[in-house]
Ligand binder design. Structure first.
Ligand code: SF4
Length: 374
């Protein structure tokens, strides 16, 4: 039974041109309807859960549910199965005064951590990214969260149109100066169906080249490492003791329960995803049906491959003894030629653990594809 819970709020106030998430701009009525459905889903599935140790509100933009909506969900989970006192409770938010205005209320509810989609501290680039905050506002929001005693994670993006290495260095310096406990660094990728993809296809969007983007990523690892941030996952760095406990559940391929439109769950070897569209989700929940758009039972070999691919995202790597105990010696033995082939190309090291090399880190997507290939 999972003790990690993810709650998905699929609404946003803005539509960022690079983002391919299912995120809807909806009237308050629709957001409240989704919250009601969430509460009904929690009531019908609370027996599936152990007392919660990590709770994560993601989206979309979870703060669109308002402090009252988030309070209702937290209260429902606190009533049963319960939230253990030292649990990590994260809410994703935008670094705007509007979101910062409810940080105090969120903290009173037991929220311990905010994850902020800053992306850039360069004012010139923010409109291009579709963001509705300024660099100064973002810095003030981070400062406010830290002063309240919340843990702060911030997302930064490199490879943004028009971004220079000087911009990126300045963003990293600003981030380090603000001293959040956790920083995620993402390279911009062109996702299918996004405005950026359409602009790029029409020759109206120029992106920094792959080499330039890789240089920016390397520069981030260097800068942040020198400032005391431990690079513990492909895209994530943290000060000592500030790693994301909830996200480690995914990277370690452990069980979690997801609630809300589009939320995924992984329980007892089964994985399912709720209906994506909030209206379809709310209707299915109201009618008493299980709101599923996808249900699969993972064969053990597939589950093992996923455990290896996800675990390699952690710089500490995957404990192969634990993989052998979880999936059996024969299954792991069948994977060893794949790992040895990757090791021969200096993409991973294989001893008691399998772990990415520095070269493998830069080529993680290809490494994962080889491990997941049947
Ligand atoms: S990046 Fe975040 S705020 Fe922007 S559209 Fe996607 S989910 Fe919404």
């Amino acid at each position: 039974m999972p003790s990690a819970v993810y709650v998905h709020i699929p609404f946003c106030r803005i539509r960022c041109p690079y983002c391919d998430f299912d995120a809807y701009r909806a009237p308050r009525r629709a957001i409240e309807g989704h919250t009601e459905a969430l509460l009904a889903e929690i009531a019908s599935r609370r027996h599936e859960l152990r007392p919660i140790t990590t709770l994560y509100f993601g989206g979309g933009t979870p703060t669109t549910a308002g402090a009252a909506g988030l309070r209702a969900v937290i209260d429902a989970l606190r009533a049963a199965p319960g939230i253990v006192p030292e649990s990590e409770v994260t809410v994703e938010a935008n670094p705007t005064p509007r979101d910062a205005a409810i940080f105090g209320e969120l903290q009173d509810l037991g929220v311990t951590r905010v994850s902020l989609g800053v992306q850039s501290f360069t004012d010139r680039l923010l409109p291009m990214l579709g963001r509705d905050h300024s660099a100064t506002e973002a810095a003030e929001v981070i400062d406010r969260a830290l002063r309240l005693g919340l843990e702060v994670s911030l997302d930064l993006m490199c490879g943004v149109p028009g971004q220079t290495m000087a911009d990126w260095s300045s963003d990293l310096a600003t981030a380090v100066g603000l001293a959040p406990g956790h920083i995620s660094v993402y390279m911009l990728t062109l996702e299918a169906g996004t405005r950026y993809e359409r602009l790029h296809a029409g020759g109206r969007l120029e992106l920094p080249g792959e080499d330039e983007q890789a240089d920016m990523y390397e520069a981030a690892l260097e800068w942040l490492g020198a400032a005391g941030y431990d690079h513990y996952e492909v895209s994530n760095l943290a000060l000592p003791g500030r790693q994301s406990r909830h996200n480690r559940v995914y990277w370690e391929n452990r069980e979690y329960a997801g609630f809300g439109a589009g939320a995924s769950s992984f329980v007892a070897g089964q994985r399912w995803t709720n209906e994506n569209h909030p209206t379809a989700y709310a209707e299915a929940i109201r009618s008493g049906a299980r709101s599923l758009s996808l249900l699969e039972r993972l064969p053990p070999e597939r589950a093992m491959r996923e455990t290896l691919a996800l675990g390699l995202r952690l710089l500490e790597g995957v404990d192969l003894t634990a993989v052998r105990e979880r999936y059996g010696a024969e299954r792991l033995a069948r994977m060893l030629p794949v790992l040895q082939s990757l090791a021969a190309r200096e993409l991973v090291t294989v001893a008691g653990r399998a772990a990415l090399t520095r070269r493998g880190l830069m080529l993680y997507d290809g490494v994962a594809a080889e491990i997941l290939a049947p």
